[in-house]
Design a binder for this molecule. Structure first.
Ligand code: ADP
Ligand code: MG
Length: 691
């Protein structure tokens, strides 16, 4: 009876053969412990029958009543309606799929018990497709003893099967190891792990479903704490492992850097200098740098990156610089060529869309070491790319890659000579709470000062109905020598349709502004076409650039002073901030017009108001996090890392200081507890940590 559930395979449970085990693997359930930690994501209260008269819209409940009338309605959609009453009130059951037998069973006078969510109907509350049973004198209808857990399922393993498996697994719950120090548990005044697991799988009838659904119950806090701890530990462990690797020291006399700075038309800001120094200190050492540089849009991250690039090159190493989109990578490529080629250095380009011949040439120059800086998209990390002597990897705008990708890249970048240094640059400020959990493996630097001479961008929010005024504004700006971006997008999910929409807008604007030069850039154009359009805009040959969000990051044209964003209500805050950051880069008075279509949802209205009121990236990030939650903000939703089971970074942020403290204790006194804790909560994702 005392086997560790972490080492008992699911096949030890009754009714689980190899076939079911394979299906359970899809839910990441391999051991009995995994089943115990497969917690319900919601609960239903079927423990009591609720009087119909007391039911409120939105509430899910069991009701029982007598059928007054069942009829088929031919409205917009054919449906079967059954009106029932229990004396306290009446409601309607609505079915869109039904058969004759069902209609017959719901005959007038029958007693029916149903479970469903009450919605407001035309006359009464309605239950749409409720689960129901006809109650007869003979049938046995005991109310359920516990709240009903609802698990996430997979094909071939349905709800009842999971209920049975958890029931069996719960017999082993007392053998689940407690890895947390006992004085901490006393301090937290939280229930034991075993109690917590039991309760969450089979909550007693008197516990509030709402409290459970919001994960505010003390037992859930117990588990949330442990989950946050496991996440944090895994990131710290990763960091420790990285620190145990070798990296080349990139200590140099700084000649190339000096040459570059002398040629720059501006001085670095104090913040840029400080961050460049922090980076250099890391590069001097022979352990891999893992540094995150946060700097708002336009704060001048590229010049800082250039300093690091030149140190690596001077020390005799190659640098790989990766950007999330082809357009942004191209901008960097052009930029760095302008900076480095006059110094006699060689910059190579690599992207997925490169044709065979230039691709082969690029690969050869990477392999033989003649290319000193290689700029590209994630194509840089494909298997056939072999670096001669990679010393530094720079990832720009990294939040778009997601945490897992970042971790995977570390592996790819490594070679026998050791691990390259890694510099990550992001314009999305990362609130400390998130940083502690998801970036605990990184050191961080902040460029908290803007280059001088920038004029703040003023933002106006205007309904689409006043589009003509906006078009006039575009004309005025261009007449006075400035340039304009017009961003259109996102009514449609499909990229093809988005590009079509952009084409239509470009056409309409070309007609309306016949004396201006208008050009279009979108994601489906060939790389060369995009590049041609962008460089023409950069040179000032084009007045108005109509674009999809391909211009979101990195594009840098100081003479552009007006940005119009269509359907601004569809964009998230981070994206709007990025887009708006394309203007206000020169000394001209700049503005941003957010065009929206009515009706506006409340959240969209809030977002637009935030944009109108502030240009502070940190402030905007804070609102963004509140509105969308960390999974979305970090772009890790798909990868599952931010999708925690019980914990919620925002709700549970009060726990974080204690999480950090406990992690330190474990590293010092109970290092052997760390691995099993991580495995319990993160399991599969942990393989990314095998650096
Ligand atoms: P981001 O941090 O958004 O990547 P960039 O590196 O693209 O910003 O820099 C934005 C613009 O500011 C560029 O035109 C760059 O040349 C300019 N810039 C960078 N640093 C300074 C500085 N210290 N003084 C003046 N202009 C600067
Ligand atoms: Mg940039």
């Amino acid at each position: 009876m005392s086997a560790d559930p972490a080492s008992l395979l699911v096949t030890s449970l009754r009714g689980v053969g190899n076939k079911i085990a394979e299906k359970l693997a899809r839910l990441n359930l391999y051991t009995v412990q995994d089943v115990l930690f497969h917690l319900p994501f919601r609960y239903e209260d079927r423990t009591r029958v609720v009087p119909i008269g007391s039911l409120r819209p939105g509430e899910s409940a069991v009701v029982q009543g007598e059928v007054l009338l069942t009829e088929i309605k031919f409205g917009r959609r054919r449906s079967m309606l059954s009106r029932i009453s229990d004396g306290t009130g009446s409601l309607t059951l609505r079915f869109f799929h039904f058969n004759a037998a069902q209609k017959a069973s719901l005959e007038r006078g029958a007693t029916v018990r149903c479970y469903g969510e009450a919605r407001k109907g035309a006359a009464t509350l309605e239950l749409i497709h409720p689960e129901y049973q006809i109650v007869t004198a003979l049938s046995n209808h005991e109310a359920e003893e516990h709240l009903t857990p609802v698990y996430s399922t997979t094909e071939g393993v349905h709800q009842l099967k999971l209920r049975d498996l958890t029931e069996q697994a719960l017999k082993h719950v007392d053998d689940v190891y407690e890895w947390l120090p006992s004085d901490l548990l006393t301090e937290l005044k939280l229930p034991t792990l075993q109690e917590a697991i039991k309760l969450l799988h089979r909550p007693a009838a008197d516990i509030s479903v709402h409290e459970l659904t919001d994960s505010r119950h003390p037992t859930q806090q117990r588990l949330a704490f442990e989950e946050l701890l496991a996440q944090h530990l895994s990131m710290r462990q990763l960091r420790e492992r990285m620190q145990s690797h070798q990296a080349p020291s990139l200590k140099t006399a700084g000649k190339l850097q000096q040459q570059f700075l002398d040629a720059l038309p501006f001085e670095l800001t104090g913040a840029q200098q400080r961050v460049a120094n922090e980076i250099q200190t890391d590069l001097d050492r022979d352990v891999p740098m893992q540094r995150l540089v946060q700097g708002d849009v336009g704060s001048g991250k590229t010049a800082v990156a250039a300093c690091a690039v030149l140190s690596a090159i001077e020390a005799g190493y190659q640098v790989a610089m990766m950007a999330p989109t082809e357009l942004l990578a191209e901008q960097h490529y052009q930029n760095f060529r302008q900076w480095l080629e006059p110094m006699g250095l060689q910059v190579a380009w690599l992207s997925g869309s490169l044709k065979t011949k230039p691709r082969r040439e690029s690969l050869a120059s990477i392999e033989d070491g003649s290319a000193q800086l290689i700029v590209g998209t994630h194509a840089l990390f494909q298997a056939e790319v072999e670096f001669a002597k990679l010393g530094l990897v720079i990832i720009d705008e990294q939040h778009r890659f997601g945490v897992h990708q970042r971790l995977a890249l570390r592996e790819k970048g490594s070679s026998e000579g050791g691990h390259p240094h890694q510099l990550i640059m992001t314009a999305t400020p990362i609130p400390r709470t998130l940083a502690m959990t998801f970036y605990a493996d990184l050191d961080s630097s902040v460029i908290d000062e803007m280059p001088p001479g920038r004029t703040p961008v003023s933002t106006v929010v205007i309904p689409d109905s006043r589009r003509n005024e906006v078009v006039q504004r575009v004309e005025q700006a261009c007449k006075s020598g400035r340039q304009v971006y017009w961003v259109c997008t996102l009514i449609e999910e499909s990229e093809a349709l988005q590009c079509e929409a952009a084409e239509d807008t470009a056409k309409a604007l070309t007609e309306a502004l016949s004396n201006l030069k208008v050009t279009l850039v979108h994601g489906r154009m060939k790389a060369a076409e995009k590049e041609a359009a962008m460089s023409a805009f950069k040179k000032g040959d084009i007045d108005l650039l109509v674009a999809t969000t391909v211009i979101e990051v990195g594009v840098d044209v100081p003479n552009a002073s007006l940005m119009v964003i269509e359907n601004a209500e569809r964009f998230g805050l981070a994206q709007l901030h990025q887009l708006r950051g394309r203007v206000g880069r020169g000394s001209h008075e700049s503005s941003c017009v957010l065009l929206y279509k009515n009706p506006l949802s409340r959240r969209a209205r809030d977002r637009l108001a935030v944009m109108r009121e502030t240009t502070d990236g940190f402030e905007i990030a804070r609102h963004d996090l509140e509105q969308r939650g960390p999974g979305e903000v970090l772009g890790t939703r798909q990868t599952g890392l931010a999708e925690m089971r019980v914990a919620d970074l925002l709700r549970d942020q009060d726990l974080l200081p204690l999480v950090e403290q406990t992690a330190t204790q474990l590293f010092e006194h109970w290092p052997e507890h760390i691995e099993p804790l991580i495995r319990r909560w993160i399991g599969d994702a942990q393989r990314y940590a095998d650096v």
